[in-house]
Design a protein around this ligand. Structure first.
Ligand code: SF4
Ligand code: MG
Length: 326
């Protein structure tokens, strides 16, 4: 709720703070149990920072993260340790996040040992074997090292590690982005299958709209650290209202001539998050910009007639009416 994460920029001879990066700005949303909540946006829009703040790898500058009635935003020590069992993260590059000197068995046993869980050595080993099977790897491979696996297999190891402590939420940050397209769908399908069998809730972060559409129930579109549109996956792709969402969608090649006709080219560069524009963060690139946009920040507001669709644009309804009239 109202989550912000600002990082200081150090500069000058004395390496003192000379400014700050507004990575996440006043972001609010609810995560529903069992859903996949997609977060999309261009690189640098703050989606990874948002993910890391949810799992409490970062302590937010402002706002709260409420989980089962408690604000976890500033947890430390034992409280944070307990939270780690509930909220886990899967990263883009499994190779970088797996210790090359540890076998798969060691990698998967480590969380049990750190958290004093998993029972006796035999019980732990049995759990490791079970996890390896669950993610579609061979039990006979547990004594191998990460470099002996392919990219897709390594991501399966990353998923197994995230599952060790039986979490309820997993934040997937570009979890399939480094994989070949054919392998992507295998890993996505594994995530979908695991969600059903283990009652998992996902926050699925990606710059890839196709992947997000495939896996998400709801989608938040981020721009310069803010959610500019939030709706069901279907509504984001079929009834997008924010000019940024529309531009983002039209940059995806789709085998649909209607869409290509309406394609809008996203011009100009994303402004620097160290010096975000006044008013609407998208105003420097928006073709509908008015004085009001430059002066007044549009709030994320429910769309008339659809409680589950929110958009942050002063003129969303008007732009939609015009588009509907062709
Ligand atoms: Fe464009 Fe104005 Fe809407 Fe921002 S508020 S997206 S600048 S029309
Ligand atoms: Mg990122």
């Amino acid at each position: 709720k109202n989550l912000s994460m600002h990082f200081p920029i150090m500069g000058g001879v004395f390496r003192r703070p000379v400014g700050k990066v507004h990575a996440v700005n006043d972001v609010s949303f609810e995560l529903h149990a069992g859903e996949t909540f997609g977060v999309v946006g261009e690189s640098g829009c703050g989606k990874s920072t948002l993910g890391r703040t949810i799992v409490r790898l970062y302590e937010p500058t402002q706002g709260s993260v409420n989980f089962r009635g408690d604000d976890i935003a500033h947890l430390k020590g034992d409280g944070l340790m307990r939270l780690r069992r509930e909220i886990q993260m899967i990263f883009q590059d499994p190779y970088a996040s797996l210790n090359p000197r540890m076998t798969i068995r060691d990698i998967l046993e480590e969380p049990f040992i750190l958290h004093g869980m998993g029972g006796s050595a035999e019980e732990r080993l049995a759990k490791v074997k079970e996890l390896v099977k669950v993610v579609g790897l061979r039990v006979s491979d547990i004594n191998k090292f990460p470099h002996e696996f392919s990219g897709g297999q390594r991501q399966r190891i990353g998923i197994a590690r995230a599952l060790t402590l039986n979490p309820s939420i997993i934040v997937c940050d570009e979890a399939v982005s480094a994989l070949d397209v054919s392998i992507q769908s295998q890993v996505l399908n594994l995530l979908i299958e695991l969600q059903k069998t283990l009652n998992l809730t996902y926050v699925f972060i990606s710059h890839d709209l196709t992947v997000v559409k495939y896996i998400s129930d709801r989608v938040a579109v981020m721009y310069l650290g803010r959610i500019v549109e939030l709706a069901s996956s279907d509504d984001i792709y079929d009834n997008a209202m924010h000019p940024y969402t529309k531009a983002l969608l039209s940059s995806v090649p789709v085998p649909d001539p209607d869409r290509i006709q309406h394609s809008e080219i996203l011009e100009g560069e994303v402004p620097s998050p160290t010096n975000p524009p006044s008013g609407c963060p998208f105003h420097t690139r928006c073709k509908y910009v008015t004085d009001r946009c430059i002066n007044e920040l549009p709030r994320l507001t429910k769309v008339a007639g659809n409680d589950d669709h929110q958009v942050a644009c002063h003129f969303a309804e008007k732009i939609k009416e015009e588009a509907d009239q062709g």
